[in-house]
Design a protein around this ligand. Structure first.
Ligand code: DGL
Length: 272
């Protein structure tokens, strides 16, 4: 039976997470769903992000997924709790939906020596305060500073992440965030699109600052989760299959997705 692990994002960003997951857990089947037709999510209301995300999760369930990863911080911040608490109990009590914020906040404090960390994210993630709330649970002494970067996702989605135009917006937000505390020694890219801007961020931030992408952290956490949940793990099919779905143009997706995923991609259109 085909019971892939579902990986969801508003667009291409989740592919930076899928890439790391597939690297660590190649044996499983995966179906990736990018809601490119409705991206970006980061500027949308709580209700809209919740409705869009739920619709995509339901579709992944219809495709046989027992486990779905929201590889999108905005969806994890604005939709995950509702889906877990309000929808799953009636919709699919034996299935699981996980996000990317919890695994990241469980480890972030171990990277900082000064105890001051900076979070770069979409406006939606920043205003949800999910990072502040979750980090407080694991590292109550950590000082956390946030910066919303509303232009970064459009730059990445439109293939402008390496252009000179991107320099201005990267510099602007790094300066603003580091201006909030001179002690910040760790920057978290708390949006799965941002790893595409990593080179520019590295060039802009001082060399003593550690820059964290989430892909590897989320993949490690999934390895651990599957070990701790054998009842779910045994239900995930293992034929090494990959399926890519996009709600927008497949030609655009295939061209762009390769850059995020690091391998060629042939997607299938999904009309929601
Ligand atoms: N990649 C998503 C995230 O991690 C956000 C992209 C968007 O704004 O749609 O937050």
């Amino acid at each position: 039976m085909n019971q892939p692990i579902g990986v969801f994002d508003s667009g291409y960003g989740g592919l930076t997470v899928l890439r790391e997951i597939v690297h660590k857990l190649p044996q499983y089947d995966y179906v990736y769903l990018g809601d490119n037709a409705r991206t970006p999510y980061g500027t949308r209301s709580f209700d809209t992000v919740y409705q869009y995300t739920l619709e995509c999760v339901r579709h992944l369930f219809d495709r046989g997924c027992r486990l779905v990863i929201l590889a999108c911080n905005t969806a994890s911040a604005k939709a995950l709790r509702n889906i877990q608490q309000l929808d799953l109990p009636t919709l699919a009590p034996d299935r699981r939906v996980l996000g990317v914020i919890r695994p990241t906040t469980e480890v972030i404090g171990t990277y900082s020596k000064t105890g001051h960390v900076g979070i770069l994210a979409t406006r939606g993630t920043v205003t949800s305060e999910s990072y502040l709330v979750e980090i407080e649970k694991f590292f109550p002494d950590l000082s956390v500073f946030q910066e919303a970067c509303p232009m970064w996702v459009p730059l990445v989605e439109n293939g402008e992440y390496a252009s000179p135009g991107a320099d201005y917006f990267v510099q602007q937000h790094i300066d603003r965030l580091l201006g909030k505390s001179r002690k910040i020694d760790t920057l978290l890219l708390a949006c799965t699109h941002y790893p595409l801007l990593l080179n520019k961020i590295r060039q802009t931030a001082p060399p003593n600052v550690t820059i964290l992408s989430q892909g590897g952290i989320v993949a490690d956490s999934l390895v651990d989760y599957l070990k701790r949940h054998p009842e779910l793990e045994t239900q995930c099919s293992k034929h090494g299959r990959r399926l890519f779905l996009t709600t927008d143009s497949t030609d655009d997706f295939d061209r762009q997705a390769t850059i995020f995923y690091g391998d060629s991609v042939q997607s299938v259109h999904l009309a929601l």
